[in-house]
Design a protein around this ligand. Sequence first.
Ligand SMILES: NC(=O)c1ccc[n+]([C@@H]2O[C@H](COP(=O)([O-])OP(=O)(O)OC[C@H]3O[C@@H](n4cnc5c(N)ncnc54)[C@H](OP(=O)(O)O)[C@@H]3O)[C@@H](O)[C@H]2O)c1
Length: 345
Amino acid sequence: MRRALILGGTGLIGRAAALRLLAAGWQVDVTGRNPAHMPCELAAAGVRFVSADRSDGSQLQAALGGGTDLLVDCICYTAADARLLLPLAGNAASTVLISSKAVYVDADGNHSNSDAPPRYDGPVRETQPTLPPGDMDYRSREGYGPNKVAAERVALDSGLPITVVRPSRIHGVGSARPREWVVVKRVLDRRGVVLLANRGDGVVHPTAAANIAALIETAAGKPGARILNCADPDAPSALEIFRTIARHLKHTWEEVLLDDTAPDTVGRTPWDSPHPVVLDTSAAEALGYRPAGDYAKTVAAEIDWLLDAARAGDRAGILPKAEDPYFSRFFEYAAEDAFLAGRTR
Ligand SMILES: NC(=O)c1ccc[n+]([C@@H]2O[C@H](COP(=O)([O-])OP(=O)(O)OC[C@H]3O[C@@H](n4cnc5c(N)ncnc54)[C@H](OP(=O)(O)O)[C@@H]3O)[C@@H](O)[C@H]2O)c1
């Protein structure tokens, strides 16, 4: 039986990859620090949890054991992380390192985490320039992309069969930052109106964890050193995302499509972007990757997961907290109501 080891495998990507590989007959082991984070469905399906801190080389070696057919690293953020990965990758037939679209820069040097949003000429290919490598704090806005570039380079310079995967905005069951909650909560709050900035035109390409899992399985069967974008086969706008989720929840509301005269306190969404950010996925397709589904198909399980959690009073603590600043700016209901009242006056 083929074996897969997924580092940081108890989260969003690890869950989807483990379920996909299990269904294809693999034996799957996942690492993490806290066994309580192991998803029940993985444990029930026979996935083994191995306690190993990502920064401890000897714990990682113990998790690897004598070797593995597939090694997936979901938590490689820095060059130092990548250097710890290499001895393991040397004993793996194929390795996948999860990077990010945050490495890309446009012609003006803007990127996902710059103050000015990037403006690409069209769908971004793997040949698009990247940020220079860096070693500042990888948890900072300035440091995330440069550290990912540095990690990628260590991996690819090794000559080992490591597939670097660059996802866009990841969605799926188990997300630590479920952006779709912005729509689900609005439905649960029985809002009859949804306001969307910039007419809901913003596009930031979503990537289903299930589609990353499909690409991981493809890379497992075709080891090699390469970089591959990974994103859903469609790139819905904010308006289409709101419609998709509302339709799944059988909720109807009035759509108020705002222009740039509206105050910026209303109509914000996680998918706002003045210029589309779309990844070209033709390189993955040329390798044999076939997506698990489009946005509407792949997002459904996450929506049900969020809904179930809300109905159960969020006993597992997976829903964003009201005071979470990332999310609270999307629920400015008082400002929305004042804006709508002014509009009808
Ligand atoms: N979210 C996005 O939109 C997005 C976009 C592009 C790229 N990415 C990339 O996706 C990756 C994140 O994957 P994910 O969403 O599956 O992550 P996740 O849901 O946060 O899961 C990561 C798992 O790794 C474990 N972990 C964290 N730190 C660890 C450590 N030091 N040692 C051992 N285990 C550790 C965690 O469990 P414990 O806490 O129990 O250890 C957790 O279950 C990152 O490489 C990120 O750069 C994300």
